[in-house]
Design a protein around this ligand. Structure first.
Ligand code: FDM
Ligand code: MG
Length: 242
């Protein structure tokens, strides 16, 4: 990267289902584009990459089928595949940032850890209640293991966390869909697990919490202001890694 060239910022949006991530990512993309700020909008999982040996990226189709409950996959294996779906796109992401594109990303590594971990907490609770002896096998899905597999990925310059105070708020935003994880018990645990991440990452200073209970336009304004400040502050700084 030529030293005079400004790099783009890597902006991640995180939060539970229906916290407004997709709406806000799209609005941010439209806003930056209208302001002629070069940007790319991506999301994880990237469900569009298919099993085609001619392509470098191939894992999206399986993840989509897993989320739609059309395929069952071992818990550890699917966690690694969600992670690999990010690793396989790392070079593309790095190129964009170096070329000066700001990248807006709807879910990232944090969703990976938080969802797998939460699924495991629920499974373990159930096994414990039922006195299931195979509970030890679930231990390998602990928090650190979930996080570890994403090491080496590009670290976001900011993680905008759309904070919903409780599930009652998002329940008013329509029915749950039919996908895996779209149920109350899971989302309750996911909400707790995001708090763990926020506490753990406190010293990294990359999380920015936005109140998702506000009107869409108010949330948008706040996100734009965080994004513009981030673009400015990282332009001459090197990319960081998880
Ligand atoms: N999800 C997402 C994971 O379980 N692991 C991951 O690494 C990522 C990025 O996939 F339930 C889950 C989180 C959510 C689903 O749903 C994606 P949306 O509605 O397409 O964001
Ligand atoms: Mg969803």
């Amino acid at each position: 990267m030529a030293s005079s060239k400004k790099r783009g910022a890597f902006i991640v949006l995180e939060g539970i289902d229906r916290s407004g991530k997709s709406t806000q990512s799209k609005k941010l993309h439209e806003h930056l584009t209208a302001q002629k700020i070069a940007n790319q909008l991506i999301r994880y999982p990237d469900r569009t990459t298919i099993t085609d040996c001619k392509q470098n990226k191939k894992l999206g189709k399986l993840l989509n089928e897993y989320l739609q409950c059309k395929q069952e996959v071992d818990d550890r294996a699917i966690h690694l595949i969600f992670s690999a779906n990010r690793h396989e796109a790392k070079q593309q992401l790095l190129s964009w940032l170096e070329e000066g594109y700001t990248v807006i990303c709807d879910r990232y590594s944090y969703s990976g850890t938080v969802y797998t971990y939460s699924k495991n907490v629920i499974k373990r609770d159930k096994m414990e209640k039922e006195g299931d002896k195979s509970i030890k096998s679930q231990k390998a899905l602990d928090w650190e293991w979930c996080k570890h597999v994403d090491q080496g990925l590009i670290q976001p310059d900011v993680v905008i966390y759309l904070n919903v105070k409780d599930l009652a708020t998002v329940k008013n935003r329509g029915e749950f869909g039919n996908e895996r994880y779209e149920n109350e018990a899971m989302l309750k645990q996911v909400l707790k697990s995001y708090q763990t991440f926020l506490a753990e990452d406190a010293d990294k200073k990359i999380w920015s919490i936005v109140d998702a209970n506000q009107a869409v336009e108010d949330v948008h304004k706040q996100i734009v202001s965080i994004t513009l400040a981030t673009i400015e502050s990282v332009a001459s700084k090197p990319v960081q890694y998880l």
